[in-house]
Design a protein around this ligand. Structure first.
Ligand code: HEM
Length: 210
């Protein structure tokens, strides 16, 4: 529903209304820029993760883990922009709505999963790194940790679910179905991808050993 300006009062009142509308559209623009930033960070995470899982040397590990750890500089400001502009859009126009509350829960879940699940695992692997040359078999096995894939898939599902919520703006039932369905699809795909990754890794190491 677009905002329309029906100003029949004093000219000064019309200027104030126009100013507020421009602010609203500026906030909406920034909100969408924040969403683009969040998905850019997710896309870089996917690229980093798939290369990291194939890393054979300490140098390759450092390069890709460095990219993944640096994603905080894109994802953090994007998340903050989404939150601040989202609160402004909510307060100035929409008030409390189920799709907004679930969107907020989705955003917080994405941030927590990224920092606690993925961030901590990468940091603890990076700590085990020493010297140069080939990666230790223990570290190569840790890189196949299915939870890393699960976390990335789940956040992708939730992110897409939140975009669907923001676009359709449904009631409580619709919002729960959309976000729950998207999170479930992300979770199920992540589980399948993790199991498949583990299986191909053990087949590859078994054939390398024999
Ligand atoms: C993962 C997080 C989020 C993403 C990807 C996202 C994305 C979007 C997108 C793409 C739109 C434009 C939809 C349209 O114009 O039809 C939008 C609108 C909106 N978002 Fe978000 N958003 C997120 C989080 C939030 C949060 C946390 C809040 C509130 C605290 C919020 C509040 C709003 C509001 C009120 C609108 C409606 C603006 C309008 O149509 O006038 N969003 N969001």
């Amino acid at each position: 529903m677009p905002l329309r300006l029906h100003c029949r009062g004093f000219v000064s009142d019309c200027f104030v209304m126009e100013g507020l509308m421009s602010l609203y559209y500026a906030a909406l623009f920034l909100h969408i820029v924040g969403a683009l930033g969040l998905f850019a960070a997710l896309a870089l995470e996917w690229a980093g993760l798939s290369n990291l899982r194939r890393a054979r040397s300490v140098g390759q590990f450092r390069d890709w883990a460095g990219l993944l750890q640096g994603l905080r500089r894109v994802g953090g400001p994007s998340g903050l922009t989404l939150l601040v502009t989202g609160i402004y859009l909510t307060v100035t126009r929409w008030g409390s709505q189920p799709w907004i509350i679930l969107g907020l829960i989705g955003l917080v879940t994405m941030v927590v999963l990224g920092a606690v699940v993925t961030g901590r695992r990468l940091a603890s692997m990076a700590k085990e790194l020493s010297g140069e040359g080939a990666l230790s078999p223990a570290l190569r096995r840790q890189l196949q940790d299915p939870v890393l894939l699960l976390s990335a898939w789940l956040r992708t599902g939730i992110g897409l679910g939140v975009v669907a919520l923001m676009s359709a703006k449904p009631g409580l039932g619709g919002s729960l179905i959309i976000l729950g369905g998207a999170a479930f699809l992300g979770f199920a795909t992540g589980l399948a991808a993790g199991a498949w990754g583990r299986r191909t890794f053990s087949v590859a190491t078994e054939s390398a050993d024999s």
